[in-house]
Design a protein. Structure first.
Ligand code: BTN
Length: 248
């Protein structure tokens, strides 16, 4: 991971560039980083504010030999790697809100956008996009974003080197991703996701397409799905979805 790193000044979206490079044959582990994104993308078609020089806006091209249904595992590996990396590099006690938000004091500091290129039943490439508000001045967030987002600078009270965090992310990601590729399981990543989870044990509201379920988050399964107990007391698993945790 990170043998080939492309660093851009300003791009539309590093995920879009990564997809293009992947379609043109980029190697497994290629990393694309930008100082600024003009059209940064979030989940569910939202936009992602990516001001110049203040955050980590990066995407990794992966070519794992997996089935399309396994793509969500890559999100769990990434969440675990980023949480560990931010803790190591900054000392901030980040939590993981399943499936793909990294949070500090109940506010989002990092989002992950996993996108896939697949043909028939095999994955051609997976792009993991990681957006971290590092030195972003939270006073400059729009009002409605201020309520839900934070930055690493706000947590540690001073500017932090983005390079140190990127290095740590690539190291952590490489460890956890290779473990998955070699051992065909994501146990190590799931253990980290459980340890830092702010979701488990809480009441959650899960929006998935048009459905909304209120449930209690019980556990993560070994392949990274959320095990919930719904209002009628039945257990079920959820592969992905928009989750709000009560009080967060
Ligand atoms: C989310 O929480 O909605 C996901 C946000 C993902 C943002 C990152 S920034 C780098 C990469 N390029 C994008 O356009 N989006 C992801």
């Amino acid at each position: 991971i990170g043998k080939h790193i492309y660093h851009f000044d300003s791009v539309d979206s590093t995920n879009t560039i990564a997809k293009k490079m992947a379609a043109e044959g980029a190697f497994d582990g290629t990393v694309i980083i930008a100082e600024e994104q003009i059209g940064g993308r979030g989940r569910l078609g939202r936009s992602w504010i990516s001001p110049k020089g203040t955050g980590i806006w990066m995407s990794i091209v992966l070519r794992p030999n997996i089935e399309p249904t396994e793509a969500a595992k890559i999100t769990q590996i990434t969440a675990a790697a980023v949480a560990n990396a931010i803790r190591k590099a900054t000392g901030c006690e980040v939590g993981i809100k399943w499936p793909n938000d990294i949070i500090i004091h109940n506010k989002k500091v990092c989002g992950i956008l996993t996108e896939m290129g697949a043909e028939l039943n095999s994955v051609n490439y997976i792009i993991v996009g990681i957006g971290i508000n590092v030195n972003v001045d939270i006073k400059e967030f729009p009002e409605e974003v201020k309520k839900i987002a934070t930055s690493i600078r706000a947590c540690v009270g001073k500017e932090i080197s983005r390079k140190d965090i990127v290095k740590e992310i690539l190291l952590e990601f490489q460890k956890l991703y290779l473990d998955f590729i070699e051992n065909k399981n994501i146990k190590k990543s799931i253990d980290i996701c459980k340890k830092y989870s702010v979701t488990l044990g809480k009441q959650v509201k899960i929006k998935n397409r048009d459905k909304e379920i209120i449930a209690e988050a019980i556990d993560l399964t070994e392949d990274g799905q959320l095990l919930i107990k719904n209002e009628s007391g039945e257990m079920q698993t959820v592969i992905s979805g928009e989750v709000s945790v009560r009080g967060i």
